[in-house]
Design a protein around this ligand. Structure first.
Ligand code: SF4
Length: 190
């Protein structure tokens, strides 16, 4: 017997409910959902992506809204601003020890407990389905993918073996990349 086609609404409704449940817990630790998202982003962004502009693009938000989020996080001591090397008046954003500590109590951890309860097969299918859905939607909206180096066309496994910053190589920024850096998300990922 042919499998019944799943209606779009059957996917959208649980996605919406899940998104609401995930956001509902994000008013803890003196932060709001946008501030939690910014903290998470900065904990995963590489050195080319830890700017207010990159954060704005990742959140798909407006410059003014993100500016308010940054000001609040800085005032509360969760992030710090610093100058960007060789980039005039640009700034970079980094987590302070207090910001790093806050992420240890990230409200999303509650949700990951439910994910842990899924069987291996369901987890694999869900991961693949969500990744495909996200990729399609980002392409349609012409938004940057913010992936990591191993899946980027500018990434080379060879070429910087003798560099201090190596052993991997980024052809886009023309720099060496350490193994740890290749696991961080990037605004120029393509
Ligand atoms: S290889 Fe791609 S993802 Fe990695 S730093 Fe370069 S542009 Fe960014």
């Amino acid at each position: 017997m042919a499998k019944e086609k799943i209606e779009t609404a059957e996917i959208l409704a649980p996605l919406e409910r899940l998104a609401r449940l995930m956001r509902a817990g994000e008013h803890e630790g003196g932060l709001n959902p946008a501030q939690w998202e910014a903290l998470r982003y900065l904990s995963r962004a590489n050195r080319f992506s830890n700017s207010p502009i990159a954060l704005t693009r990742f959140l798909g938000s407006t410059k003014g809204t993100v500016s308010q989020t940054i000001k609040a996080l800085e005032r509360k001591g969760f992030i710090a601003k610093g100058p960007r090397e060789n980039e005039g008046r640009s700034i970079n954003l980094s987590l302070t020890p207090k910001g790093g500590e806050a992420l240890k109590n990230d409200p999303l951890a509650e949700f990951s407990k439910s994910l842990d309860d899924l069987s291996g097969k369901n987890r694999r299918r869900l991961a693949k389905g969500l990744a495909d859905l996200l990729e399609t939607d980002l392409k349609r909206r012409e938004q940057p993918s913010f992936g990591t180096c191993p899946t980027c066309r500018h990434f080379r496994e060879k070429g910087r073996e003798t560099d201090d910053g190596g052993p991997y190589s980024c052809m886009y920024f023309d720099v060496g990349l350490s193994s740890a850096e290749t696991q961080l998300i990037c605004i120029a990922h393509n």
